[in-house]
Design a protein around this ligand. Structure first.
Ligand code: ADP
Ligand code: MG
Length: 395
C-alpha cells in the first residue's frame, strides 16, 4: 500500500488522535445493538497502547446536526470499548476546547480518552478549518481508522490533515488492501455479484469493475433493469429512470471485452414484497403483470452456484432479494452459504450485504467484509475517497 500506516510511525509518548467510525446502532437507553464497528478498530487501538502512545479517540454518532443531543453522547460507546479492551477509556464531555486540552495534557503513555460526538459541532460536517485546527491542537499525529467515513470531506477526516500528519490505521489499511486487490490484480476467474436496490448508485461499480471481471452475476432489484433491457416485461418491478441506457451500454462493453453477464433465468415474484405475501417462482420472461421481482429463483441459484464454484476471487455487492422477509431470503442466503464454503478470496461490500452476511453468521467465513457501506461502493467505483487522499504517502 502506498499510504503510511501507524506501523511506519514512532508513536511512543506521543499524543495520537484516532478517528474511528463508531457510529453503532444504539437504542434510546444507550444500549449498543451491534458492536462490530468497535471490534473492527481494536487492532489499531491495541497496537497504539502497546507502543505507549497516548490515544485520543474521536467519532461521530447519528445525525445531531451540529447540536448537542443527549441521546447521542459517546459515553456508552466508550464504556463498551473499555469492556472490550479491559482497560479504562475516559469519555470527555466535549471534543475541543480548554477542558479537553487540559485532560489530554494530563494523559500518561498508554492511556485512552474518548472525545465527545464530533457532530455536536457544526464545523465537523462543514469541514470548517477553525474546528479542524482546534482538533489538531490535541495531538502530534492523527490516525484515520474510519474507513466508513472516509468518503466524507469532514473536518476530522480531511480538514485535520492540513495541520498534523495523518496516517492509516490497521482497519483502514485492511480495507484499502482488500478492496484494492479486487481492482488491481484479482486471482482469476474473478466473479462479481451485483444486486440490491439502488441501481443508479451501482452503475459506477459495474463500469469500473467490468474491465477486471471475468463474469458478472446480476440479481436483486438490479436484475429488473437488465431484464427489461432485453425487452421483457418486469411487471411492477422498479426500474430507475435513466438507468436503462447505462445498463445497455454496460452490456455492449461487456460483450466487447468478452465478460459474461448472467441474468436470473427464474425469479421469485409477489404482488408486494411484504411479510405474509404469496411468493411464486416464474421464468424471467414470464413475469405476470401486477407482480414484481423479490428474489432470484432456484434455477438461478444453481447456475450462479456453478459459476462461483469455479472462481478464485468473488466480490459481492447487493443482496439477491428482499432478504429481510423470509420468503424472499433464499437467494441471498444460498449465495452467502456458497461463498462461505469456497476456497477463494471473498470480499463483501455494501451496508445491506454486510448486514445479511453477518445476520447469517457467515461474516467470519469471508475473506473480508467491508465496514464501509457507501465508502466501499465509492472505492469499488474507482473514486478517490477524500479521507484516503489526504493520508501521508510512503517515501
Ligand atoms: P448495499 O447496502 O449492500 O449496497 P442496497 O442498499 O443497494 O445494497 O440494497 C439493499 C436492499 O435491496 C435491501 O433492503 C433489499 O431488501 C433490497 N432488495 C434486494 N432485492 C430486491 C428486489 N428484487 N426488489 C426490491 N428490493 C430489493
Ligand atoms: Mg444500502
Amino acid at each position: 500500500m502506498q499510504k503510511k500506516t501507524v506501523r511506519d510511525e514512532e508513536v511512543g509518548g506521543k499524543r495520537v488522535l484516532v478517528r474511528v467510525d463508531f457510529n453503532v446502532p444504539m437504542d434510546r437507553n444507550g444500549k449498543i445493538e451491534d458492536d462490530t464497528r468497535i471490534r473492527a478498530c481494536l487492532p489499531t487501538i491495541i497496537w497504539l497502547i502497546d507502543h505507549r502512545a497516548r490515544v485520543i479517540l474521536c467519532s461521530h454518532l447519528g445525525r445531531p446536526h451540529g447540536r448537542v443531543d443527549e441521546h447521542l453522547r459517546l459515553a456508552p460507546v466508550a464504556r463498551r470499548l473499555s469492556e472490550l479492551l479491559q482497560r479504562p477509556v475516559e469519555p470527555l464531555s466535549e471534543a475541543i476546547g480548554p477542558g479537553v486540552l487540559r485532560a489530554v495534557s494530563e494523559m500518561q503513555d498508554g492511556e485512552i480518552v474518548f472525545l465527545e460526538n464530533l457532530r455536536f459541532y457544526p464545523g465537523e460536517e462543514e469541514n470548517n478549518p477553525g474546528f479542524a485546527r482546534e482538533l489538531s491542537r490535541l495531538a502530534d499525529l492523527s490516525v484515520n481508522d474510519a474507513f466508513g467515513a472516509s468518503h466524507r470531506a469532514h473536518a476530522s477526516v480531511v480538514g485535520l490533515a492540513a495541520y498534523i500528519p495523518c496516517v492509516a490505521g490497521l482497519l483502514m489499511e485492511k480495507e484499502i488492501v482488500m478492496l484494492g486487490s479486487l481492482l488491481e490484480d484479482p486471482a482469476r476467474p474473478f466473479v462479481v455479484i451485483m444486486g440490491g436496490a439502488k441501481v443508479g448508485e451501482k452503475i459506477g461499480i459495474l463500469e469500473n469493475i467490468l474491465t477486471r471481471a471475468d463474469c458478472i452475476l446480476v440479481g436483486g432489484g438490479m436484475a429488473a433493469t437488465f431484464l427489461k433491457g432485453r425487452g421483457w416485461d418486469v411487471g411492477t418491478s422498479a426500474v430507475e429512470p435513466g438507468t436503462m441506457e447505462l445498463v445497455g451500454s454496460i452490456q455492449r462493453r461487456a460483450a466487447a471485452l468478452g465478460v459474461r453477464v448472467l441474468l436470473p433465468v427464474d425469479v421469485v415474484v409477489a404482488e408486494k414484497p411484504e411479510s405474509g405475501a404469496t411468493a411464486r417462482v416464474v421464468r424471467s420472461d414470464q413475469i405476470p403483470p401486477g407482480c414484481r421481482i423479490a428474489d432470484i429463483g432456484p434455477l438461478t441459484i444453481l447456475e450462479f452456484t456453478q459459476e462461483l464454484r469455479r472462481c478464485r476471487t468473488v466480490a459481492w455487492n447487493g443482496p439477491m432479494g428482499v432478504f429481510e422477509i423470509p420468503q424472499f431470503s433464499d437467494g441471498t442466503r444460498s449465495i452467502a452459504t456458497v461463498l462461505a464454503g469456497l476456497d477463494a478470496i471473498t470480499v463483501i461490500g455494501g451496508g445491506s450485504t454486510a448486514e445479511a452476511v453477518t445476520q447469517l453468521g457467515l461474516a467470519g467465513r469471508m475473506t473480508h467484509v467491508s465496514t464501509g457501506g457507501g465508502a466501499s461502493l465509492q472505492f469499488l467505483a474507482g473514486k478517490t475517497l477524500p479521507g484516503i487522499a489526504v493520508l501521508v504517502d510512503k517515501e
